[in-house]
Design a protein around this ligand. Sequence first.
Ligand code: SAM
Length: 274
Amino acid sequence: MRRNLSGLPPLREVIAAHGLQARKSLGQNFLLDQNITDKIVRLCGPLAGLSVVEIGPGPGGLTRSLLHSGALRVVAVETDSRAISALEGLQQAAGDDLALVQGDALEVSLPELCEAPRAVIANLPYNIATPLLLRWMKDLKGDPATYRFMALMFQKEVAERICAVPGTKSYGRLGIVSQWLCTVKVLMDLPPSVFTPPPKVRSSVVWFVPKVLEGPQPSFDAMERVTALAFQGRRKMVRSSLKDYAAHFERLGIDPQSRAEDLSVQDYIALAQA
Ligand code: SAM
């Protein structure tokens, strides 16, 4: 259903009226161009029947685009009380289709927010983007139905780490854990100029679709442990950085002289299981 949101004031007016000047400490870089937020939503494909969780709606640009889509409803979690009051007009226009939750996204769990099926679409505050992602990966390991997909904005450098392949300098723990549990790809890159205020770096929207995992899998904690050990000494040979796992190398076909960045995601899964 497309909601009738005509008559809402432009986002810049909303920001001025509610004193919502961007705060760096809250990772506030707003998207005020509706063409860009509409494009992000369009790239996510059909949202019919899904509840969408948005983290950090801010003045509500992406929220407006989400409400224009076919999503069942939008649940938006925002920590800044100025943004909550700036969103009142949108809340009135959207009625029950928009639920605003004031709080810290790190403290709420997705199942608490709305019923499945759900998706997460957000221009994340960069200061908590990585812990949020790891949290959602852990939730997914606990319940593969936690979300159908996520489309999340990160600093480009973080997006590159999430999607990195072995043998590259961006390859590491974040990519291994993400690619273990999800198929990942960059949906779009965005220059600093499309944000208000512009950040220092480029940004990318990353798409995550949970994988159907076959066979026995290690625990999330075991996977975190082995990748932490390996990448503590990225340039060390695994016979030294992963010496506690050395008894399994031959059976798993792992060359003891290889380095952390040479091992595949599958190698790490096998080691974590061992
Ligand atoms: N979605 C808006 C947009 O695209 O214009 C704003 C995105 S801005 C990058 C990040 C938003 O996350 C801000 O509104 C900020 O207040 C909010 N935020 C920061 N830390 C948060 C937290 N711990 N929990 C929930 N929201 C948070």
